[in-house]
Design a protein around this ligand. Structure first.
Ligand SMILES: C[S@@+](CC[C@H](N)C(=O)[O-])C[C@H]1O[C@@H](n2cnc3c(N)ncnc32)[C@H](O)[C@@H]1O
Length: 400
């Protein structure tokens, strides 16, 4: 058993070997390795192509060993090494487990004379695509849909409380039309009903493919004739929905309530997160200039959420942890979604350059000027901010 919420300080190869030896397994691995851009970052980002290939291959082979059978790995990368990385991953995880590449926004403009590259990528592989749950995201976790859903729900509920059901239903239909036009979406049309509390839901049909059958459920006195081409959902399911107050009747026919506030969306390959937001996230914690290339917290929350839908206690590993964005993402999800996920972050204890603002920050805050100490500091600030009680287990290679 690994201990909850761990920060491991040192070269990740050491810890990856250890985790593999101990048969530890993770549900989600996210990494943001050095892209080999040749830039002067606080970490080494200049290797020969062969060295980078070798460096990544060794680590990804171990990552594959410690990924659960129904687990998934996300790898951030940009144009510098996308193709090398794809080939390495196709070999290690197998081409058949390649799920796709996300495109994320990198910057508004670069200064290139030819192509201003404003995006980067996240490569995604399953350990075994057949065992992986579908990816989906709660619409309430998608900023503009959340705003739209919040707005419609509030207006309809107010109308319901003031003027009753018929009036609220009329308003709902008008608002749905308006929003469908505005955002070019069609799914809203389904959310056409309101329950006894003024909450909006989609009455979902309870038939499934199969040989048509009559249905009789004595407990709730439900008698339904056979449909023309499909059979009814099982009596067990209908009884469960009845017990949970999730059945809606139109005439004598039952439907399952799907609430707008709980609705999910499919995942698409272009994501709307700016890398620059990562820097703003640190500023919001009062940690300006701490790190060169932090990822946006919401981006990491998004990929964790889509890949851990049904899981309550997912184990999440980031072995190029940098400023600890993945740690913050896990802690925020636990708080917001009432989950109990744990993180395992690995970060090498490279020194912070003496002439850097991060070095100055370390001096001012009494921190040893190494990258791992900045990460730990960030996690402590996050724990304080979200007012949670977390013990962070800090280990080094000598503890193994
Ligand atoms: C691109 S940054 C990750 C940024 C991170 N995603 C964030 O949001 O802050 C890569 C990090 O991996 C670290 N790193 C590089 N080689 C490493 C190794 N062998 N073991 C552990 N960490 C390493 C670097 O020091 C750097 O902090």
């Amino acid at each position: 058993m690994i201990m909850a919420n761990t920060v491991a300080i040192g070269d990740n190869i050491r810890f990856l070997h250890h985790l593999a030896d101990k048969f530890e397994k993770f549900d989600v691995i996210y990494i943001d390795p050095p892209y080999n851009t040749g830039n002067n970052f606080s970490y080494n980002d200049k290797r020969s192509t062969d060295d980078w290939h070798d460096f990544m291959t060794k680590r990804l082979k171990l990552a594959c060993q410690i990924l659960k059978d129904d687990g998934v790995i996300f790898i951030s990368i940009d144009d510098n090494s996308l193709y090398e990385l794809k080939i390495v991953c196709d070999t290690i995880f197998n081409k058949s487990n390649f799920l796709g590449v996300f495109i994320t926004k990198q910057a508004v403009r670069s200064n290139s004379k030819h192509i201003n590259t404003i995006h980067e990528y996240i490569l995604v592989y399953a350990q075994d695509i057949k065992l992986l749950e579908d990816f989906k995201i709660k619409r309430l976790n998608n900023a503009y849909e959340a705003a739209m859903i919040g707005d419609i729900s509030k207006k309809v509920k107010t109308q319901f409380n003031l003027y009753g059901r018929a009036s609220a239903l009329k308003l709902l239909s008008e608002l749905n039309e308006e929003n469908m036009k505005k955002y070019g979406i069609t799914w809203l049309r389904n959310y056409s009903e309101i329950d006894e509390k003024g909450e909006i839901f989609f009455p979902k049909d309870l038939s499934v493919p199969g040989t048509p059958n009559e249905l009789f459920i004595e407990e709730i006195n439900l008698k339904l004739p056979a449909l023309k081409t499909r059979k009814w959902s099982s009596p067990q399911k209908i009884l469960r929905l009845h017990a949970e107050n999730m059945l809606h009747f139109k005439g004598n026919r039952p439907y399952e309530k799907h609430y707008l506030k709980d609705s999910y969306d499919n995942v698409v390959s272009i994501l709307d997160f700016y890398s620059r937001q990562g820097t703003n996230d640190l500023v919001k914690l009062g940690l300006r200039n701490l790190f060169d290339t932090p990822k946006p917290v919401e981006l990491i929350k998004y990929i964790i959420r889509i890949s851990t839908n049904g899981k309550e206690n997912a184990k999440i590993l980031d072995f190029f942890a940098g400023s600890g964005t993945t740690g913050q993402a896990v802690l925020e999800i636990n708080k917001e979604d009432s989950k109990n996920h744990t993180f395992y972050l690995i970060q090498i204890d490279d020194k912070v350059a003496e002439n850097s603002l991060a070095y100055q920050f370390c001096t001012e805050n009494n921190l040893t000027p190494t990258l791992d100490q900045l990460l730990i500091h960030r996690i402590k600030v996050v724990v304080k901010k979200i007012k949670s009680n977390y013990n962070i287990n800090v280990i080094t290679a000598t503890d193994l």
